[in-house]
Write a protein that binds this ligand. Structure first.
Ligand SMILES: Nc1nc2c(ncn2[C@@H]2O[C@H](COP(=O)(O)OP(=O)(O)OP(=O)(O)O)[C@@H](O)[C@H]2O)c(=O)[nH]1
Length: 206
């Protein structure tokens, strides 16, 4: 079983003042470093290969990310996170991966059992997508996807359907819930979110 992972970093970080979230230093480490560490901590096994999805040029990521770098497909640039997922699915299919784990660059508290439980949920239910959920909410940008979904996703985006919820409703998707609080899928969108995460980290280290 080969698992590829994609870290979505294609947004604009407007609620944080237009920062590059992947590079944003939180508790001494760029957010991308936090997320990479959470992927490396997956048990029983971390993903085989991790790619970063963001705007170019690739040299922009020198020193921050040494794995594959995937821009959004030009025909779908600006269509939001699903454009990044499409880039990831196409790449994962070409590398022979069985699954693509997609996560955003702004969720630094991902649980160690994310990949294992999403796999279990997808394989038990014979699903094409397993979506993480917490506090009664699905997080479509935190999900395990079959690479064969690249074709139907490209068709949906070509029709202008860029909403993850609409795409998931048309496919065989299962939902896997995690307990909260604390929410393992806390995403850092605002300065308050960043302060909240730092406080939670400090508390866990005391
Ligand atoms: N590939 C790609 N990823 C995106 C795009 N827009 C957002 N993302 C990613 O999707 C995830 C969720 O993004 P949001 O929090 O909704 O948007 P954001 O740009 O990070 O922040 P805001 O500008 O404040 O909304 C993050 O990992 C983003 O990097 C996009 O157009 N393309």
């Amino acid at each position: 079983m080969r698992i590829a992972a994609l870290i979505l970093a294609g947004g604009r970080g407007r609620r944080l003042g237009g920062v590059d979230k992947a590079r944003l230093k939180v508790a001494g480490q760029p957010l991308l470093g936090h997320v990479r560490a959470r992927l490396a901590a997956q048990r029983p096994a971390p993903p085989d290969v991790v790619a970063l999805n963001a705007a170019g040029p690739a040299t922009r990521w020198a020193g921050l990310h040494d794995g594959p770098w995937l821009p959004d497909p030009p025909a779908h640039a600006g269509q939001g996170p699903l454009a990044g997922i499409l880039a990831g699915l196409t790449w994962a299919g070409a590398t022979g991966a069985d699954w693509l784990l997609g996560v955003p660059c702004d969720t630094p508290a991902l649980p160690d059992d994310l990949l294992a439980r999403l796999r279990e949920g997808a394989e038990t239910g014979g699903a094409e997508i397993a979506v993480a959920a917490s506090a009664g909410r699905r997080h479509p940008v935190i999900a395990l996807w079959r690479p064969a979904l690249a074709a139907p996703l490209a068709e949906a985006l070509a029709r202008g359907e860029a909403k993850a919820g609409t795409f998931l409703a048309a496919r065989h998707a299962v939902r896997v819930d995690w307990p909260a609080p604390p929410d393992p899928f806390l995403n850092l969108n605002t300065p308050e979110d960043v302060a909240h995460f730092k406080a939670a980290l400090d508390q866990s280290q005391q």
